[in-house]
Design a protein around this ligand. Structure first.
Ligand code: ADP
Ligand code: MG
Length: 262
């Protein structure tokens, strides 16, 4: 009875048909180890299926990280908290648990240029990807452009559906570029849409009082926007000098070329 005999080709074809690539790859090795250790059939199956589950989890984290569109890789582990002594490390590590994403609350990272706002926003966004959340990264200017393009192409609903499908959206550099009337209205629409449905991380160099400057000097619209954004919010202010300038000044002292600052 050939059916009762182990035929590697047949087993491989079943594992392929069931789309279990890790089990296909590791089956022989795990079977050999199980034999050596006199493991039960159940333990063998558990170890083999565990490899498949682990591979799927890693692949889906990889997909989420890619889809998020982070401009560079920054991790919390690379952030030098000693360089930002007024920053509460414990609070940031707590935010990295991403409970604020579950709670649909927002995070505003405020500070001067070069103080690490983008670094922290990306690092927290990547952490959220690892925890299974769907994340997108945009600069404020790019998001305004996306709306403009979507409007011209009559695809605003599609863009709104994409936004709705996210758990967390990072809006970087709010305040560097003032928005025109259309841009301001688009972002106002965006903040309204995300209110209590999608978490936001916003990085900005401006205190809230100066936000009307960004939103076409419309105090009323900016007030309504801030009202929504800050209803459930964590505000982290990073004080101190630019990390870029400090590190290039240090290199300068050692006689190396300073990096151009942006
Ligand atoms: P911002 O967005 O506030 O202008 P960035 O996050 O872009 O600043 O930081 C500028 C550069 O300095 C980046 O390369 C970032 O990784 C680095 N950086 C800033 N602060 C720190 C820090 N405390 N520890 C390590 N790197 C830092
Ligand atoms: Mg930045």
């Amino acid at each position: 009875m050939s059916r009762l005999q182990h035929t590697p080709e047949l087993l491989n074809s079943y594992l392929k048909a069931l789309r279990l690539p890790a089990m296909l790859r590791e089956c022989a090795t795990v079977a050999r180890q199980a034999g050596e250790q006199n493991a039960t059939y159940e333990l063998f199956l558990q170890q083999l299926t565990e490899l498949e589950v682990q591979q799927r989890q890693a692949a889906s984290i990889g997909r989420r990280l890619k889809q998020a569109g982070f401009p560079v890789v920054k991790e919390l582990s690379e952030f030098d908290f000693a360089a930002a002594p007024k920053l509460n490390k414990k609070r940031l590590l707590d935010l990295a648990q991403c409970r604020f994403v579950d709670q649909r609350s927002n995070l505003v990272l405020n500070g001067a240029p070069g103080t690490g706002k983008t670094h922290l926003a990306i690092a927290l966004g990547r952490e959220a990807c690892r925890r299974g959340y769907k994340v997108r990264f945009h600069t404020a200017a790019r998001l305004a452009n996306l709306y403009q393009e979507a409007r011209e192409e009559r695809q605003v609903l599609r863009l709104e559906r994409q936004i709705q499908s996210c758990d967390l959206i990072v809006i970087d550099e709010l305040g560097y570029l003032p928005l025109d009337r259309h841009g301001a209205e688009h972002l106002f629409g965006f903040f309204s849409q995300c209110y209590e449905t999608t978490s936001l991380i916003v990085t900005t160099n401006l205190p809230f009082a100066d936000w009307p400057q960004v939103f076409a000097n419309d105090e009323r619209m900016t007030g309504a926007l801030l009202d929504r954004l800050t209803h459930h919010v964590h505000i982290v202010t990073i004080e101190g000098d630019s990390y870029r300038l400090r590190t290039s000044a240090k290199r300068g002292k050692k006689g190396e070329e300073p990096e151009p600052t942006t």
